[in-house]
Structure formats: structure tokens, C-alpha cells
Design a protein around this ligand. Structure first.
Ligand code: ADP
Ligand code: MG
Length: 501
């Protein structure tokens, strides 16, 4: 595997993972085990990215190794089963790199965090105390709220739930698997398994749908639990109104009374300082009382510019689950389920499979547009009174398809970036390591990851046959520099806008 030595030549800031700690076994077997674990973790972090890494591996610790069996410990069952289902072979491979005698990896629950009766009525605290407030039990049932009053209050305070946004209507694929599992888990457990749940992903990928689904499900199971869903925009509006009517006490009180608070599109409060402050107080108060908080955003907590550092960091304390862009199978699955629903409702003739496949292939931006395209075709068919055909779909969607065809290519990115930084196009692909060419190259890799749907290995190949780890390193490096170096941040922003238009 190609290493990141070209980057080490560029920056000596320790961004590349160390590989020199290999001979420190003098400190004994334990130190050696810790060192191995440290290197395995570093590789996982580099491969999976900070957000995924901290969701799953931060709480994982190494316990012992015996006869080729490594035992890792983790505080919650959910995290354990997720790691087992998704990362075990990778951990084993990495460990075998460190120590070829290792044959298997087992993950065990840390006894003090393993609830003996997971289905007990109390809300069990399952994460370490340093991350979450002390356990609170709700042993006695709370007084029944006066239904009308409570509902009136909530409806005014929150936003209505879309009846279509349920778990039943949510199609699960690779890209949203984690977010879905986490959402489901919240509705299944009587314990606060992670707090907050932070969902993020691009527009139209199902964040709002999942939040509503959680709310519906919790209400169905226990109508007495108060679930409040609202957008960050509405939160701000309510807050400003409370300020104007000098009613902030009531405002605070209402939010602190709920069992589950969901705030959608939190990126909206970026730069809105007093709203942020108020949000932070509400957030802390709820978490301190072991109430579930669910937040969504269009980017990860660390990438939320314009939101205070302490808030960003606290947002990432629970489980951070990202929703990736869709793949073909998921798009087709969603279309099939929507088409079935349409057929039942409108009693139209079924939509031919080739039409669905055509849409799944061509409308790749997001699920909202995919739905829109399907609806347009169906509406047209019913308007002209003919069954849907492939030709009709192509015809009706012509302009939409043309628009989505305008996609940035890696070649274009390389050309633009080279032009911008005044380096030769050939340097983008060359092995030259001078910072003057290596930095633009990293920026071009970063933009390729951001603006195209190419995979890391594909991007690597396009850059003179580099390894995907080099691309990962470039992406992280630029992410990090964008936070530290405003001039570079501006360059990247400008390039991105030029490429997107
Ligand atoms: P976001 O909040 O991420 O911008 P939404 O939750 O509003 O996206 O989803 C956009 C549209 O796509 C909604 O109509 C939603 O029902 C639909 N949708 C998103 N993900 C799925 C999915 N996995 N299965 C079915 N429909 C989905
Ligand atoms: Mg949304």
C-alpha cells in the first residue's frame, strides 16, 4: 500500500499516523497491547473519518489478549452489535497486521454498563458518566396531563408531523442503515442509549422523515410521553417572540417539560448567537434530566461553522449518524414502494418496471427529486389518460434530466484548481511533493470527494494512480486547514462555487 510519505514531506504537523512506535515493547506486554490498539484505532479513524470513528470506537477499549484472542470492551449492546455487524473483519485485519498470531476479536460488554434487565421500566443509563448525566429513574408514573391542554401547547410550540413520514414508509439501504437503526433503537429501548442522536446528511435524504417516524412511533407506544418536533427556524421564531413578549420563563418551561425534543436543521442557527445560547441551555437541561434529544443538520457537528465550539462538541457526544447519498438499489427500492402506494391510492395501472429503473438510474441527486419525478410522470399519465410508458417518462422529464446531467468531473476539478493556483495540470498527477503543488493537489482531491460521487479509490486513480489512503489524508488535511486558515478556506469556497455553476 502506498503510504502518505508525500504528505509527510509537505507537512510535519503529525497528521500522518505514526508507525515508529513498533519497538517499544520494553515496557511489557500491556504497553505493547495498548500500542497495537492505538495503531489499529488510528487506521480505523483514518479510514472511516472522525464522525464515524467517534460514534463507534471512542468508547471501545482493549481488555486483554490471550492465545490469539483479543477482547475488546464496550459500554452498550447497541454499539457492540453495530461494530460486530460492520467492522469486525476490518478490526481483525488491522490487528493481524500488528500481530499475525491474532486469530479472533471478541467484543464484550463492560459489566458495569450492562443493564441486567434491559426491558425494565426504568430508563437505564448506559454510557459512561463522564459523557452523560447521572442516572435518573422515572419509577412512578407521572400525573396524566390534561390532554387538550397539552396537545394545544405542543401543537403551537412544535410543528405538525407528516402522516407519510413513518417507519413503515421508510426504505432502508446501505446509505441510511445506521441512521435508521439508531432511530429504531431510540423507540425500542426504555433507556437513553445515546444522547443526543445527531442525524446528518444532504438535503432530501430522509432526515426529517426519520425524525417524524420516531415521533409517531413514540406517540403510538405511549401517548403520555411528550414529543416535541420543530425546526431550528421555528425554535428561533418562538424564542424571539418570547423575548418580545417578555415571556421567556414560559418559553423555557415549555421546552424543559418534554420527554423527547427534536430539532430539525440545526445549521439554521449558525451565526444566531442568542438563539444558540438559548438552545444550548435547553439542550443541556434536557440531557441533564435524561430526556432524549434528537438533532438533525446538513453536516456533521464538527463542520457546523458559525456555531460555537462548545455547542458543536456537545452535539457530538451521543451518537452521530450520517446519511449518505443514495445508491441505485435504494433509489429503486424507494421508487417501488412509492409506486405501490400510488397504485393503491389512485388506482392507476401499475408503473412498468423499466420506468422505475430508468428513474433510479437517472435521478441521483436526492430522494425528494426522485419522488417529484415519479409524481410528475404519474400526474401526466393521468392527465392525458394513458398508462405510463418509458417514452412518456423520458419526455416528461426531459428538462429535469438535462439539469441533473450538469455534473462536475474530476478532470474539470483538476483543471480549474491547477488554473487557480497557477500550477501545471501535469503536476496534479505527478509525484512531486513540493508544497506549491501538493497543496493544490490535495484541494483538488478534496473537491473531487465533495462534488462528485466517485469513490476514494477512483479518485486516487485519477490522481496519477494514488492509493485511497492518500485521498483520505488529503480530505482530512483540507478539512482541518479550512478551520485554521481563513485564506485557504476562502480559496476552497471560491473554487467550489466556480465548479458548481
Ligand atoms: P431531509 O430532511 O433529509 O432533507 P426528507 O426527510 O424531507 O429529507 O426526505 C425527502 C423526501 O424523501 C420525503 O418525501 C421522504 O419521505 C422521502 N424519503 C427520504 N428517505 C426515504 C427513504 N429511505 N424511504 C422512503 N422515502 C424516503
Ligand atoms: Mg428536512
Amino acid at each position: 500500500m502506498e503510504n502518505n510519505n508525500e504528505d509527510q514531506a509537505v507537512d510535519k504537523d503529525g497528521a500522518a499516523e505514526p508507525s515508529a512506535a513498533r519497538n517499544d515493547s520494553a515496557a511489557g506486554a500491556n504497553a505493547e497491547l495498548d500500542a497495537q490498539w492505538h495503531r489499529v484505532r488510528s487506521r480505523l479513524r483514518a479510514e472511516l473519518g472522525e464522525a464515524t470513528f467517534s460514534s463507534w470506537f471512542k468508547l471501545l477499549s482493549v481488555d486483554n489478549v490471550h492465545r490469539g484472542r483479543v477482547v475488546l470492551k464496550v459500554p452498550t449492546r447497541f454499539v457492540r452489535s453495530w461494530i460486530e455487524a460492520h467492522y469486525l473483519p476490518r478490526i481483525r485485519d488491522y490487528w493481524q497486521n500488528e500481530d499475525p498470531s491474532v486469530k479472533r476479536i471478541d467484543i464484550e460488554l463492560q459489566p458495569e454498563w450492562a443493564p441486567t434487565e434491559p426491558k425494565s421500566e426504568t430508563r437505564m443509563q448506559t454510557a459512561p458518566p463522564s459523557r452523560l448525566p447521572p442516572m435518573e429513574t422515572k419509577s412512578s408514573p407521572r400525573p396524566q396531563p390534561v390532554a387538550a391542554e397539552t396537545t394545544g401547547l405542543r401543537d403551537d410550540l412544535g410543528a405538525p408531523l407528516d402522516p407519510r413520514f413513518t417507519f413503515d414508509n421508510f426504505v432502508v439501504g446501505k446509505s441510511n442503515e445506521l441512521a435508521h437503526a439508531a432511530a429504531r433503537r431510540l423507540t425500542e429501548a426504555n433507556e437513553v442509549a445515546f444522547n443526543p442522536l445527531f442525524l446528518y446528511g444532504g438535503v432530501g435524504l430522509g432526515k426529517t422523515h426519520l425524525m417524524h417516524a420516531i415521533a409517531w412511533e413514540i406517540r403510538r407506544q405511549d401517548p403520555n410521553r411528550t414529543v416535541l418536533y420543530l425546526s431550528a427556524e421555528k425554535f428561533m421564531y418562538q424564542f424571539i417572540r418570547a423575548l418580545r413578549f417578555k415571556d421567556t420563563m414560559a418559553f423555557k418551561q415549555q421546552f424543559r417539560e418534554v420527554d423527547v425534543l427534536m430539532i430539525d436543521d440545526i445549521q439554521f442557527i449558525a451565526g444566531k448567537d442568542s438563539t444558540q445560547e438559548e438552545f444550548f441551555h435547553t439542550f443541556n437541561a434536557l440531557i441533564d434530566h435524561n430526556r432524549q434529544v434528537i438533532i438533525s443538520a446538513d453536516r456533521s457537528p464538527t463542520d457546523l461553522e458559525g456555531i460555537e465550539e462548545r455547542i458543536r462538541s456537545r452535539l457530538g457526544w451521543g451518537l452521530v449518524a450520517d446519511i449518505h447519498p443514495t445508491d441505485y438499489e435504494l433509489r429503486l427500492g424507494i421508487l417501488q414502494s412509492k409506486a405501490d402506494a400510488l397504485a393503491v391510492r389512485a388506482e392507476t395501472t401499475p408503473i412498468p418496471q423499466p420506468v422505475l429503473e430508468f428513474l433510479a438510474q437517472r435521478i441521483v441527486s436526492n430522494i425528494r427529486e426522485l419522488e417529484g419525478a415519479l409524481n410528475r410522470v404519474v400526474a401526466y399519465a393521468s392527465f392525458v389518460g394513458r398508462p405510463v410508458t418509458l417514452e412518456m417518462a423520458q419526455d416528461v422529464l426531459r428538462d429535469l434530466l438535462r439539469a441533473s446531467e450538469r455534473r462536475v468531473t474530476i478532470d474539470e476539478i483538476q483543471r480549474r484548481v491547477a488554473e487557480y493556483f497557477n500550477v501545471k495540470m501535469g503536476d496534479m498527477l505527478s509525484a512531486r511533493r513540493a508544497r506549491s503543488v501538493a497543496r493544490p493537489r490535495q484541494i483538488a482531491m478534496y473537491l473531487s470527494k465533495q462534488l462528485t460521487s466517485r469513490s476514494l479509490p477512483e479518485i486516487g486513480r485519477k490522481f496519477g494512480g494514488r492509493d485511497h489512503t492518500t485521498v483520505i489524508h488529503a480530505v482530512r488535511k483540507i478539512e482541518q486547514l479550512r478551520e485554521q486558515d481563513p485564506a485557504l478556506d476562502e480559496d476552497v469556497d471560491l473554487l467550489r462555487r466556480m465548479l458548481e455553476n
